[in-house]
Design a protein around this ligand. Structure first.
Ligand code: NAP
Length: 308
């Protein structure tokens, strides 16, 4: 079988940490080029913009868009119009409607569009979804607390409109929540804390309602130093399921559960190959809808300025 030739566009932190190794470890994919304004990857042909790539490399059939969300839509449109299967880092866009437009465009052009949610590929997430599928859930507590200075040094885009602020990591929790809960929930109340010198929030406190009195509380905080917390605790009438380490580990009633080894980004590229092979797209905007709701319904508080 010939490997699918793929290009990475936007060679920054996530491309280097995860996408390049995941493609290298996937027999069905070959990193054939990059689009990078800052140089790209040693030994791989680089273009400074997508137009150059599209003009020169008709042999490349898939593009993986790893730049921040604000510039991604314009580049995704060019990719799809050129007939390329297109993979989007999370969040899939800076607005919900632009993602919808991309979905329609991909359908019209007959190419695969994959709006990825890497946290859904964390090792324990499928097992959590299975265990919860026939249980009555009473409450969910999400604690997503990390140190922005440690994980996003120098990234100005996260503080600019469309960059989502604390929802950049928080949407990962929402992508797991929407994957493992058997029924939809809706936002009922939110408080968003904006540093006085920034356009996006540094903390958020969210409340959701589900069926039969079920509730969800989510606490997102970007100023947590020391141990970092990426936990989702689900109370059911049969006991408690807890996901820790961003969904990599799981306990049920305090007992650690064995889950198959899985890598998030290898899982994403495996899925992308499968979608291309079967001529499908995978575009779920539900995590992004919850974020949009929080910006619509949430009360805003101004807090101390943030300086790196
Ligand atoms: P980043 O390192 O700040 O930026 C990624 C790259 O995008 C930059 O190095 C640059 O690449 C390109 N880029 C930046 N601004 C651009 C613009 N205006 N137009 C075109 N290209 C531009 O960001 P990142 O941390 O990799 O995050 C990128 C995306 O991945 C975000 O949506 C983020 O939520 C997601 N993500 C990040 C992480 C993480 O741990 N950082 C984890 C999971 C998902 P060139 O210099 O090569 O042009």
């Amino acid at each position: 079988m010939t490997a699918t030739k793929i290009a990475i566009l936007g060679v920054g932190k996530i491309a280097r940490d995860q996408h390049i190794p995941a493609i290298a470890g996937n027999d069905t994919m070959e990193l054939a080029a990059t689009v990078s304004r800052s140089g790209g990857v040693d030994g791989v042909e680089n273009f400074t913009d997508i137009a150059g790539l599209l003009a020169a490399r008709a042999d490349i059939s898939a593009l993986s868009l790893c730049m921040p969300p604000q510039p991604r839509y314009e580049i995704a449109v060019k990719s799809i119009i050129a007939g390329k299967h297109t993979m989007l880092e999370k969040p899939p866009g800076a607005t919900v409607s632009e993602v919808r437009k991309l979905e329609h465009l991909a359908k019209a052009k007959g190419v695969t569009l994959f709006a990825t949610w890497h946290s859904r590929y964390a090792a324990a997430v499928p097992a959590a979804r299975g265990w919860l599928s026939d249980r009555q859930i009473t409450h969910v507590q999400i604690d997503w607390k990390e140190d922005v200075r440690r994980w996003h040094p120098g990234q100005e885009w996260i503080w600019q409109a469309g960059g989502l602020g604390v929802f950049d990591p928080g949407i990962n929790a929402l992508s797991i929540m929407t994957e493992i809960l058997p029924n939809p929930v809706h936002l009922t109340d939110a408080v968003l804390k904006f540093p006085e010198n920034r356009e996006t929030p540094i903390a958020a406190d969210l409340h959701f309602a589900g069926p039969a009195g079920m509730t969800v509380a989510a606490d997102f905080d970007w100023l947590q130093e020391g141990p970092q917390t990426w936990n989702i605790t689900v109370e059911t009438t049969d006991g408690q399921l807890k996901l820790t380490d961003g969904g990599a580990k799981m306990t049920i009633n305090g007992q650690p559960q064995q889950v198959p080894e899985a890598g998030e980004y290898p899982g994403l590229y495996h899925r992308f190959a499968e979608l291309i092979e079967t001529g499908q797209s995978d575009v779920d905007v539900s995590p992004l809808l919850h974020v949009a709701d929080a910006f619509m319904l949430g009360r805003r508080e101004t807090v101390a300025p943030f300086h790196e």
